[in-house]
Design a protein. Structure first.
Length: 117
């Protein structure tokens, strides 16, 4: 009787454990959301401050001969800010920020192509 119980118990475990493992694998997300690095808050603040400073510099040089250089530098600063934002933010906030930055980068790229030689 005990021998029959032991065989049935082992057979039961042989069926349950692999199927439970397979179910757990199927229920797990394919790619878990990455956790932002610890330095992200600082990097994001630095990138936004740099972009704001370059925007002010571009505004100040709008009618001078250095306007194209300032616009190009602001473009590079926005691209850097976009890269940091893509890594350090998540969710709806990330989508909004990247959409705004993408449209600004495209606009600046068009402006540089049409006005700067």
């Amino acid at each position: 009787m005990v021998k029959r119980f032991a065989i049935a118990f082992i057979a039961f475990l042989a069926i349950v454990i692999p199927s439970a493992f397979a179910a757990a694998l199927m229920a797990a997300p394919a790619r878990p959301a990455p956790l932002p690095p610890a330095a992200c808050a600082h990097d994001l603040a630095d990138a936004n401050a740099g972009a704001a400073a370059m925007h002010a510099r571009m505004q100040a040089a709008a009618k001078s001969s250095a306007a194209c250089d300032a616009t190009r530098l602001y473009f590079l600063e926005l691209v850097k800010t976009r890269a940091v934002t893509a890594v350090c933010t998540t969710g709806v906030q990330r989508a909004r920020a990247l959409g705004r930055l993408d449209s600004d980068v495209e606009r600046l790229n068009r402006d540089i192509a049409t006005t700067c030689r």
